[in-house]
Each structure stands twice: as C-alpha cells, then as structure tokens.
Design a protein around this ligand. Structure first.
Ligand code: OGA
Ligand code: NI
Length: 364
C-alpha cells in the first residue's frame, strides 16, 4: 500500500521535546477534552490503593505443568470475560532476565539521539525507533516514543534492525522472546480449555509453530502537562494476546471498566496479560479485548514492554465453530490478521472502533 510508505510529516521525538525543558506541550499533543484523562482528585490516578479496584492478580504457578487447578482456571476465565486483563505472578519467566531486559532498553532510550535515529522506522513495517502510530497528516499525537521489532516468524526477525547498543541488547531480547513464547503457549492452553476447547485449539488455529510475535518497547518521557495529553491513546490490541512488562515503580496503564478508567497498580515481577481482538473474534466474544490507554506523568519517565502474540498473518481468523450456536451466531466474519492490522497502522489508536465495526447483527 503506497499510503504506508512513509510518515506524512517530519518525525519529532517526544523525548527530545521533553528534554528541551518546555513548560507547555505543542498543540499536536493536546487531546480533545473528552479524551483527556481526568486527573482531578481521581484516586485511581495514584494506582488503585487499599480498597481501590484493580485487575485480577493471579498466581500462575500451579498451572505451569498441568491444568488441574480448577480454582485458578476459573479465576482466569472470569478475568478474560469480565476484564480482558489480568496480572500474573509465578509465571516461569526469570525475574533476572526481566530486570536485565528493562535496564538494557532503558539505557537504549538514554543513548544520544543520533545513535537511535539510525533505527528510525517507517510505517511500512513499523520496525525500529518510532514516535507515532498512524499516517494521517495532522493527526493528534501521543506523548511517547517506542521501538518496535519482529520476533517471529524467524524469516521476519532481523536482528540487524534491533539496537546494536547497549551491547547484549540483542542477545538478551532474544532470550526474553524465547521465555515469553513459552509462557504464551501455556496461556493459550489455559484460554482454550476455559472455552471448552481442546488444549491445543488456539495455538493450532494461530498456525501451530508458525505463529507471529513482535514487541513494542514503549518509552514515555516526563510530560509538563499530563492532564492535556496521553502517553498512548485508547485502543484495543489488534493481535491475539499481549504480555506486558510494565515499570513497577511508575503506574500509567489504564483499563476501561464501563465508563471508568482503572489505573493498574503494577506488582513487582508480574506480567499484565490482555486479550487482543483476534482472540475476542475466535472466542466469539466470550473473551473481551478491552480498551486501554496510558496516562502521562509529570515527574517520572516510564518504560513498558508489550509482547504481542499473534496468529500467522495470512490465516483466516473467525469464531470457533464449537462456540457458534443458533442462540449465539458468529459475531464476526473471517479475516486475516494481515488485513485486520492495516486499520490501526493507518488510522492510529482509536478505541475499539475496529472490532466493533466488524460485528454483524445477523449471523455471518
Ligand atoms: C501497547 C500498550 C501499555 C503500556 O503497547 O499496546 O497498550 O503500559 N501499552 O505501555
Ligand atoms: Ni495496547
């Protein structure tokens, strides 16, 4: 698609704006009033404290080897249905590896600008160092930079496009990918069984060993006017499932709950798991791909890693036959992930508008 060849305007690094010491953010980052976070006296803003709501926190330890623990399975089922989000601890990924990955990428973002610019991305594949999502000229922009990389399938994974510095960034990121894929396979089994499907159903439907995986390292610099903008606008993740490693010192992620936004309180060494649009479609909306966004912070920068586990991009994804009945007809037409993701890649993050627009009132 020719419209995806390049950015419509020169790219400005949010980090450079932040470090320039401005006290007012440029107009491009100022959201319309309805989209601004309500900072006021919102207690969620501080991270849900005692008594505050938070996404479910689940100890995955008992399910790593077999799926016998019905209580935990049930808690995950409820989380997928009611929240679309949950946090996991005892997930089998090495805390030391998580920590090293975070430190290396934090160091990457603190390299001099010219060392990062070498990896500047284009909307063609999005791989590399970027500062916007979407190619519409004049669009509102978010207060964040990112680094996007392809991990699977192997033929799309080109480590030369990953940062050569800091040293060992490539090697550690590769190891992080291996451990995250292992975790995703366990979660796919749990999600399948909870739908009453064969353990391997979701993994096989995603393409078996030929699944796709990519990672977006988000860097949210300090923002002088956090009440006027967002680090990342509201969106649902277009892929299958996302495993987020968030900064455990700086909250920022907010999850939609009805008309409210719940600020996730990060737990040390935890991952945040969320259902993406493709699994909402496959589950015929038993599982929810829920809108989320990131608020900006006036005093602290924030780093997060979103690992996206996706179907092989040319397979048709549609509601599982087992979940389609005359009472509950297929809510979505078949579509490949390649076709699906063009939307967010051109229009940028826009709530849940895409998966909702696909929903048909009559059987597909
Ligand atoms: C994303 C995302 C949340 C965060 O990258 O899709 O939702 O906390 N990130 O950075
Ligand atoms: Ni997201």
């Amino acid at each position: 698609m020719s419209c995806l060849q390049d950015w419509p305007e020169p790219v400005v690094r949010v980090q450079s704006l932040s470090e320039s010491g401005i006290s007012a953010i440029p107009d491009r980052y100022i959201k319309p009033p309805s989209e601004r976070p309500s900072i006021k006296s919102d207690h969620h803003q501080l991270g849900a404290g005692e008594g505050g709501v938070n996404i479910p926190l689940i100890d995955l330890g008992s399910l790593l080897d077999n799926l016998d623990d019905k209580t935990t399975l049930n808690r995950i089922w409820e989380a997928c249905r009611d929240w679309g989000f949950f946090q996991i601890v005892n997930h089998g990924v090495s805390p030391d590896l998580m920590h090293r990955t975070q430190e290396l990428w934090r160091d990457f973002f603190h390299l001099p600008l010219e060392m990062k610019q070498v990896y500047s991305n284009s909307p063609k594949t999005y791989e590399g160092y970027g500062s916007r999502l979407g190619v519409e000229k004049g669009a509102f922009l978010d207060w964040g930079d990112y680094f996007f990389l392809h991990y699977l399938p192997p033929e799309l994974c080109d480590q030369n496009k990953w940062p050569a510095f800091p040293e060992s960034c490539r090697e550690v990121t590769q190891e992080y990918g291996i451990q995250l894929v292992r975790l995703c396979k366990v979660l796919m089994k749990i999600l399948s069984v909870n739908l009453g499907l064969q353990e391997q159903y979701l993994q096989n439907t995603f393409g078996g060993e030929d699944i796709g995986a990519c990672m977006r390292v988000n860097f949210y610099p300090k923002c002088p006017q956090p009440d006027l903008t967002l680090g990342l606008s509201s969106h649902s993740d277009p892929g299958g499932m996302t495993i987020l490693l968030a900064d455990d010192r700086v909250p920022g992620l907010q999850v939609r709950r009805g008309d409210d936004w719940v600020t996730v309180k990060p737990v040390p060494h935890a991952f945040i798991v969320n259902i993406g649009d493709q699994i909402q479609v496959l589950s015929n909306a038993e599982y929810k791909s829920v809108e989320h966004r990131v608020i900006a912070n006036p005093v602290q920068e924030r780093l997060s890693f979103a690992f996206f586990y996706n179907p092989k991009s040319d397979l048709l994804i549609q509601p599982a036959k087992e979940l389609v009945t005359s009472d509950r007809p297929a809510l979505y037409p078949p579509m490949t992930f390649d076709e699906y993701r063009i939307y967010i890649r051109t229009k940028g993050p826009r709530g849940k508008s895409q998966v909702e627009s696909l929903k048909s009132p009559s059987p597909c």
